[in-house]
Design a protein around this ligand. Structure first.
Ligand SMILES: Nc1ncnc2c1ncn2[C@@H]1O[C@H](COP(=O)(O)OP(=O)(O)OP(=O)(O)O)[C@@H](O)[C@H]1O
Ligand SMILES: [Mg+2]
Length: 483
């Protein structure tokens, strides 16, 4: 704290009034954060604040006695506000750029005597450097923001484009129709389904189809936020709420979703304490940052998803019942792939094209490979299928992706009895007789291959001659036996 030593002079009754006024004026000039310069009517400096050195690059004692005309010529006052006041005979305000690279707003005021002559000019110079810097930073940030916004928009459009979603099955078509019907409302939606069925991608598509599509889609993976950080991440925090690097305050994810959509992925992982607060936000449509007192209105649409059984969690006391009802306005259950086999074919071709493009290949599936893919149960659903197709495109030899490129668990995943080849199903899938016969041949060969040790044994088992067996095994790339 600055102490005004001058005023510590004993103010006895004997002190002259003019002496006291001088003390006061000295204190004002010395301690003012604005730079003060006082000149006479000819522009000769009589007084100058000590901060002249930091603002104008010249200390006050070097200014005193000099003419402002001289100081302007040597660029110390550039331009001089006092000169303008002397010319215009009225209060003047100008901006100056000083030799110390400060931006200053100088206000000059004339003081007249009883005859209308200027006897003093007082100028106050307010340093705007910090504000100027802030303004420049702000402008730079605004430009960057505009750039990022357009990039985000482009990415969003790409990411959320419907070209990324394919389906064929009746069940998914129904879900898609439902999504389109509810998208324009603000109803909360919960997506349920096993891992990898497409909960995220459909939640994104719901946002894309909604009236909020131009606004943010904030995805929060509740399973990935440590419990201790949940509140501050979701609700944000005010400056000074925590010690350490992030002391500046930060908006929470809910605040970022304002006007847009908040997608709480894996909502079953939300700690109970946060569930209570989230419910409050949903009811009041207001948030208060951690450590803050002011609340802010927030308008967002909530989508949630989980592969857990929320109802069971409610019974076990792990999920709040009131929040469950609040969220559960519309529930969309995405069925696993094994319950919508048509989608396997469509998705396999979709991803084949995608990865052919990515790896600049031109591969295609052998009909039997497709059949194997359709017969598989896909515990990891679309995600697993997507990874599998990528692997097949990369690792299979030649242009045709043959069934033996599939991992071993595929070949054992289902009993290859001929009964499992339903003619109607094959017909529906547009198989030719030749393709069906090939499939039968492959299956029979594989079964023989598993049961026999040599190709001679296989020949006997299949009723073929041995060289025929070897040729067929080669043709279909089935593991060859020792002779
Ligand atoms: N119908 C579809 N068309 C195209 N790709 C899909 C489809 N469904 C899912 N996918 C893709 O499958 C992958 C898994 O989907 P997503 O992440 O949406 O699954 P999820 O149900 O959220 O899984 P988890 O429960 O593990 O989070 C993603 O790469 C997604 O793009
Ligand atoms: Mg997900």
């Amino acid at each position: 704290m600055k102490t005004i030593k001058l005023l510590s002079v004993r103010l006895g009754g004997k002190m002259e009034k003019s002496e006291l006024q001088k003390i006061e004026l000295d204190a004002i000039v010395k301690f003012s954060t604005d730079n003060i310069v006082i000149t006479d009517g000819n522009g000769i400096v009589l007084r100058a604040s000590p901060n002249s050195l930091s603002i104008y690059g010249t200390d006050s004692s070097s200014l005193i006695g000099k003419s402002v005309f001289e100081l302007e010529k040597s660029n110390i006052f550039s331009p001089s506000v006092t000169i303008e006041v002397l010319k215009q005979r009225k209060q003047v305000q100008i901006m100056q750029n000083t030799t110390t690279r400060h931006t200053v707003m100088a206000t000059g005021i004339p003081v007249f005597d009883e005859f209308g002559e200027i006897i003093r000019v007082i100028s106050f110079s307010h340093d705007l450097t910090e504000i100027q810097n802030l303004k420049e930073d702000y402008e730079e940030l605004s430009t960057k923001m505009a750039k990022y916004q357009s990039e985000i928009q482009q990415l969003r459009e790409k990411e959320l484009s419907m070209e990324n979603i394919v389906f064929q099955s009746k069940s998914m078509q129904k879900i898609w129709q439902l999504i389109q019907r509810i998208a324009k409302t603000d109803a909360s939606v919960v997506f349920l389904g096993e891992s990898g069925v497409g909960k995220n991608i459909f939640a994104q598509s719901l946002h894309k189809e909604s009236l909020r599509k131009e606004e943010a889609f904030i995805e929060v993976n509740c399973g990935a936020i440590p419990e201790s950080l949940f509140e501050s991440e979701m609700f944000g925090f005010e400056a000074g709420s925590f010690t350490g690097a992030n002391n500046k305050g930060k908006p929470g994810l809910i605040e970022l979703a304002d006007k847009g959509t908040l997608f709480l992925d894996e909502i079953g992982e939300l700690p109970l304490s946060v569930q209570a607060k989230l419910l409050k936000v949903l009811q009041e449509k207001k948030i208060t940052r951690v450590g803050g007192v002011k609340s802010k209105n927030i308008d967002f649409r909530l989508i949630a998803s989980t592969n857990q059984d929320l109802e069971k969690m409610v019974k076990q006391g792990k999920f709040r019942q009131d929040l469950f009802y609040r969220l559960n306005v519309i529930t969309i259950i995405i069925p696993p792939l094994r319950e919508r086999k048509e989608d396997i074919v469509t998705l396999s071709h979709f991803y084949l094209n995608k990865f052919n493009e990515k790896y600049k290949t031109n591969k295609f599936f052998h009909p039997t490979t497709i059949h194997e893919l359709v017969s598989f149960d896909w515990p990891g659903n679309v995600r697993e299928l997507q990874n599998m197709i990528e692997r097949l495109v990369i690792t299979s030899e030649g242009k045709t992706i043959l069934p033996d490129s599939l991992p071993f668990y595929f070949q054992n995943a289902h009993p290859e009895t001929l009964d499992s080849l339903h003619i109607d199903e094959l017909k529906e899938r547009g198989k030719t007789l030749k393709e069906v016969l090939e499939e039968v041949e492959i299956r029979w060969l594989k079964r023989a291959s598993r049961q026999c040790k040599t190709t001679y044994e296989m020949a006997a088992y299949l009723g073929l001659n041995q060289s025929n067996v070897v040729r067929k095994l080669k043709k279909y790339k089935i593991n060859e036996k020792t002779h």
